[in-house]
Design a protein around this ligand. Structure first.
Ligand SMILES: Nc1ncnc2c1ncn2[C@@H]1O[C@H](COP(=O)(O)OP(=O)(O)OP(=O)(O)O)[C@@H](O)[C@H]1O
Ligand SMILES: [Mg+2]
Length: 256
C-alpha cells in the first residue's frame, strides 16, 4: 500500500571526507510503500547517502529518521528493521546458498522455515547446493536480494542492483523487485539507468556532486522538461528521464 506517511526523513544531511563534500546539505523524504530512486553519475554521493541512512557511515551533520527512529540514537534498532543490499556485496565463497541463508537467519535470530522455499521465490532452487562464487551475475543479485528479506524488513535498500547485468537479467531482477514492492515494502534504490528508474520508481531524486537537483515522479519530471519547450534531437516519440538529467546537469549518465 502506497501511503503518504513519511517512512524516511533526511534533513540537511552533509558528509565530508576530509576536503571533499560528498553529500552537500540534502533533504528529502521517502513515503511508506513507494519505490524511491536516487539517480546520478559516478561519485554523485548516492552510496554515501544510502549508507548513512543504513547507519553504516556517520554523517558529518544533519538528521535522519527511519521509521520513527533517529539513526544517531537508535542505530541498532534501525539496522534490525531494514534490509540492505550493498553496492559490492560478497558472501562467504565456500558456503552453499542454503548454508548462507541459514547463517543469515542465525545472525538475525529468525526462523526462516525451508530455505528452498526462499530460493524458489527467486528462481534459484536448482542452485541450492551451489556455492555463491559459482553463480552468474544475475543469480548473485537475485540471491543477495533474497538475503535482504530474511528478517522480513519493511524497508529495503538496493545500491545499483542491476549494474553489470545483461538486459535480460536486468528485466528479471526488475520482476523480483516488483514482487518485493507488491508485498507492501518500501524500496530505496540507486541506479545509473534512467529506463530502470522510469520502470520501477514512484519518485526519483536526481543527484549530482552531492546535491539533489530535482525530485519528483518520472512522469512529472519529464512533463516539466517538455513544458520548457524541450525538443529531443533524436527521432523518438517521447522525452525520457535521461533527457531530464542531461538538461539539468549538462552531463550524460553512464551509457545504457
Ligand atoms: N570512504 C571514502 N573516503 C573518501 N572519499 C570517499 C569515500 N567514499 C566515497 N568517497 C567519495 O565521495 C564521493 C561520493 O561517493 P559515492 O560512493 O557516495 O558516490 P556514488 O554516487 O555512489 O557513485 P557510484 O555511482 O560510482 O557508485 C566520491 O567523490 C567518492 O570518491
Ligand atoms: Mg555508489
Amino acid at each position: 500500500m502506497k501511503g503518504t506517511r513519511t517512512i524516511i526523513q533526511v534533513e540537511n544531511l552533509t558528509k565530508n571526507y576530509e576536503d571533499l563534500v560528498a553529500v552537500d546539505n540534502i533533504s528529502f523524504e521517502v513515503r511508506e510503500g513507494e519505490v524511491f530512486g536516487l539517480l546520478g553519475p559516478n561519485g554523485a554521493g548516492k552510496t554515501t547517502t544510502l549508507e548513512i541512512i543504513e547507519t553504516l557511515r556517520k554523517p558529518t551533520s544533519g538528521k535522519v529518521i527511519v521509521d520513527g527512529l533517529d539513526i544517531e540514537h537508535d542505530s541498532w534498532k534501525v539496522k534490525s528493521s531494514i534490509g540492505v543490499q550493498l553496492q559490492d556485496s560478497g558472501f562467504y565463497p565456500d558456503l552453499t546458498l542454503v548454508e548462507l541463508l541459514k547463517m543469515f537467519a542465525g545472525l538475525y535470530q529468525v526462523e526462516i522455515g525451508d530455505p528452498i522455499e526462499i530460493l524458489k521465490k527467486f528462481s534459484l532452487e536448482e542452485k541450492n547446493k551451489s556455492y555463491w562464487q559459482k553463480l552468474s551475475g544475475g543469480q548473485r543479485q537475485r540471491f543477495s536480494l533474497a538475503t535482504t528479506l530474511i528478517h522480513n524488513p519493511k524497508i529495503i535498500f538496493l545500491d545499483e542492483p542491476t549494474t553489470g547485468l545483461d538486459p535480460q537479467a536486468r528485466v528479471n531482477l526488475w520482476e523480483e523487485i516488483r514482487k518485493i514492492h507488491a508485498e507492501g515494502r518500501t524500496i530505496i534504490l540507486t541506479t545509473h539507468y534512467m529506463q530502470e528508474a522510469e520502470e520501477l520508481c514512484d519518485r526519483v531524486a536526481i543527484m549530482d556532486q552531492g546535491k539533489i537537483i530535482e525530485i519528483g515522479t518520472p512522469h512529472d519530471l519529464i512533463e516539466e522538461l517538455l513544458a520548457t519547450g524541450f525538443k529531443r534531437k533524436r527521432e523518438v516519440k517521447k522525452a525520457t528521464l535521461e533527457d531530464v538529467f542531461l538538461q539539468l546537469t549538462g552531463k550524460h549518465l553512464r551509457e545504457e
